[in-house]
Design a protein around this ligand. Structure first.
Ligand SMILES: Cc1cc2nc3c(=O)[nH]c(=O)nc-3n(C[C@H](O)[C@H](O)[C@H](O)COP(=O)(O)O)c2cc1C
Length: 494
C-alpha cells in the first residue's frame, strides 16, 4: 500500500493526550491530535485525508498547544502528506468489513476480549458507542474472587509503550446475577452489538447453570474459559484447557443446555492447540477463541524484588499478553485454521492486536473475528477508530470487496518447515541514498552471520560469494537502507 514518506520516529514523543490540546489550537479544525494518533496506529491514509496547503501556511498554533517541552513538529509531519497527496489515495472509502459470527452479523470484526476492559455496563456501553462490534464479557463464575494488588507488570519498549503485559488477575468479581442483569440492559440498549458471555464452572452442573442463565439474559453466544492461567482454585482455567477430555465434557454439557453458539477459548500453555480444539468440536462447539495469556515472569518482577529485598517479595507466574505474544498467537491461529478437523468452526483471534495491520495478519490466516484487551488497557477504546478505518482502506486498496473474501487469503502459503525452499539464495541489495554509514550491517554479518559484508571508507559492500542470503543485515539496518533483491544464486551451482 502506498504510504507517505514521513519519518515514523518523529511521532514517537507524542503522548497521545486525552482531548489533545494540539487539536484545540487548530484554526481549521483539522484535529491534529486525532491525525497523529492515526499515524501512531498505522492508519496513514486516514491521517492525511483532508489536509491541504492552508496547513503549510498556518502559524501552527497546534505546536504551541503541545504539552511536550519540545513540541512535536506537527506541521513538518503533515507537510509530507500534503506534498505527496497526489500520489496517496487519501479519499473516503467504505469497504464492507462486516463479518459473520456464528449467524450474527458483526458490523466490523472487532470485539473487546474477556477481561477488565469489558467488565461492567458503562464500559461496554461506551465501547459500543465508539464503534466496537461487541464484547466478550469478563469471565463469570460462582467462585469468590480475592484479587492481588498490584496485579500487573510490563516490559517496556524504549518509547515507554508496553512490549508485553503480565497479569495475575482472575475472573469477574461481580456475582453471576449482577453480570446477567448487565447483559439484559446491554442487549436492550445495544441490540446490534454482540454479547459473548465468558463463563467458567468447576463441574458440569456449574458450566450448565451459567450457560443457561447467560442465554436467558440475552447473551448472543457463550465463550468457555478453558484458558485462564491465573486460577487459585485447582482444576479450573488453563488446567482444564490442557486436558482434551475435560474440554469435551464441559463443552458438551453447555452445548446440550443452550441454543446459542458456543465458543471454546483455548490455552496457549500447551505444545499444540489442536487436541483441545478437536475435543471442543467433537462436543459440538461452534467456534474456538485464542489465545489467552501465556504463563510468564517479567524482568520487572525480578528487578522489583531485588530492589525491595528478596525476603518479603513474592513473585508469581502470571499471564502474558500484548505485542510480544502476537507471533505466538499467529502460530496458534494458523494451526487452528489449517486443521481440516476444525473446518467450519468460527475462529476468534486475539493476542497483541494494536493496529489494523496486526488484525489483517490474523484475518489473512483464517481468523473471522478479532478480540482485543491489552491495547485497550494501554490506549483506550479509541483505538477502534483506526482499526476500522485502516482495515477498510486496506481492503479497498488490495482489491477486496468484502472482509470475508479476504479472510484466510494467506493461509495456503503457510507450510511445514520441510516444505520451505532451500536451494536458492536471495541476495540483499544496498540502497545507497538511504545508507547512513553506521556499519551495523557489517557488524552483525561479521559477528552473527557469514562475514559477507566489507566496511571500507564507512561504506558497506557485499561479497556475494560469501552471502548465504539470511537477511540479518536487512533486519538490523536502522534506516531501511538494505532490501531483498531479485538476484538469486542457485545453491547447486556453488
Ligand atoms: C488484565 C487481564 C484480564 C484478563 N481476564 C480474562 C478473563 O477474565 N477471561 C478470559 O477469558 N481472558 C482474560 N484475559 C485474556 C484476554 O482476554 C486475552 O485473551 C489476552 O490478553 C490476549 O489478548 P491481548 O494481547 O489483546 O490482551 C485477561 C487479560 C488481561 C490482560
Amino acid at each position: 500500500m502506498s504510504q507517505p514518506r514521513f519519518d515514523p520516529k518523529s511521532i514517537i514523543p507524542c503522548l497521545l493526550c486525552v482531548s489533545a490540546p494540539c487539536s484545540e489550537g487548530c484554526p481549521y479544525d483539522l484535529k491534529p491530535g486525532r491525525r497523529i494518533r492515526a499515524l501512531r496506529f498505522a492508519n496513514y491514509i486516514g491521517a492525511g485525508r483532508g489536509l491541504g496547503e492552508h496547513c503549510l501556511n498556518c502559524p501552527a498554533p497546534c505546536q504551541k498547544h503541545c504539552v511536550l517541552p519540545e513540541p512535536l513538529p506537527i506541521q513538518k509531519i503533515f507537510s509530507s502528506f500534503i506534498e505527496e497527496r497526489h500520489s496517496l489515495p487519501l479519499r473516503d472509502v467504505s469497504a464492507d468489513i462486516s463479518v459473520d459470527l456464528c449467524g450474527f452479523r458483526l458490523e466490523n470484526p472487532f470485539l473487546l476480549s474477556s477481561s477488565v476492559v469489558a467488565s461492567n455496563y458503562d464500559m461496554c456501553a461506551r465501547a459500543f458507542q465508539m464503534g466496537w462490534a461487541g464484547a466478550a464479557f469478563k469471565t463469570i463464575s460462582y467462585l469468590d474472587m480475592h484479587e492481588a494488588s498490584p496485579r500487573f507488570s510490563a516490559s517496556k519498549n524504549p518509547d515507554g509503550s508496553f512490549q508485553s503485559f503480565k497479569n495475575i488477575e482472575q475472573l469477574s468479581d461481580h456475582s453471576p446475577a449482577e453480570n446477567f442483569e448487565i447483559f439484559r440492559k446491554l442487549k436492550k440498549d445495544f441490540p446490534t452489538k454482540y454479547i459473548l458471555a465468558s463463563i467458567m464452572g468447576r463441574d458440569e452442573e456449574e458450566w450448565r447453570r451459567l450457560a443457561i442463565d447467560a442465554e436467558a439474559s440475552g447473551a448472543d453466544g457463550i465463550e468457555l474459559n478453558f484458558s485462564c492461567p491465573n486460577m487459585v482454585e485447582g482444576h479450573t482455567g488453563s488446567d482444564v484447557g490442557q486436558i482434551p477430555e475435560l474440554v469435551e465434557l464441559y463443552t458438551r454439557a453447555v452445548k446440550q443446555a443452550v441454543h446459542i453458539p458456543v465458543i471454546a477459548k483455548l490455552t496457549p500453555n500447551a505444545m499444540s492447540m489442536s487436541p483441545a480444539a478437536e475435543a471442543a468440536k467433537r462436543a459440538g462447539a461452534d467456534g474456538v477463541a485464542a489465545i489467552n495469556t501465556i504463563k510468564s515472569l517479567t524482568n520487572r518482577n525480578i528487578s522489583q524484588a531485588l530492589r525491595h529485598g528478596l525476603a518479603d517479595a513474592k513473585i508469581a507466574v502470571g499471564g502474558l499478553s500484548g505485542q510480544a505474544v502476537r507471533p505466538i498467537a499467529l502460530r496458534f491461529i494458523a494451526e487452528l485454521a489449517r486443521n481440516p478437523e476444525l473446518k467450519g468452526m468460527h475462529i476468534s483471534a486475539m493476542g497483541g492486536v494494536y493496529t489494523w495491520e496486526d488484525a489483517t495478519a490474523f484475518l489473512s490466516l483464517g481468523a473471522h473475528s478479532i478480540q482485543v484487551t491489552t491495547a485497550v488497557m494501554e490506549y483506550g477504546y479509541r483505538i477502534i477508530d483506526d482499526l476500522v478505518d485502516g482495515l477498510a482502506h486496506y481492503l479497498i486498496l488490495m482489491g477486496y470487496d468484502s472482509l470475508e473474501s479476504f479472510c484466510g487469503s494467506v493461509l495456503s502459503q503457510v507450510v511445514e518447515i520441510e516444505e520451505v525452499e532451500r536451494d536458492k539464495v536471495i541476495l540483499p541489495r544496498f540502497l545507497r541514498s538511504h545508507c547512513q554509514h553506521c556499519g551495523r550491517c557489517y557488524l552483525s554479518c561479521r559477528d552473527g552471520g557469514h562475514q559477507a559484508i566489507r566496511f571500507e571508507n564507512r561504506t558497506p559492500t557485499l561479497d556475494p560469494s560469501k552471502c548465504v542470503g539470511c537477511h540479518l543485515c536487512i533486519l538490523v539496518c536502522p534506516n531501511h537502507a538494505i532490501e531483498s533483491s531479485e538476484t538469486l544464486r542457485k545453491k547447486v551451482e556453488e
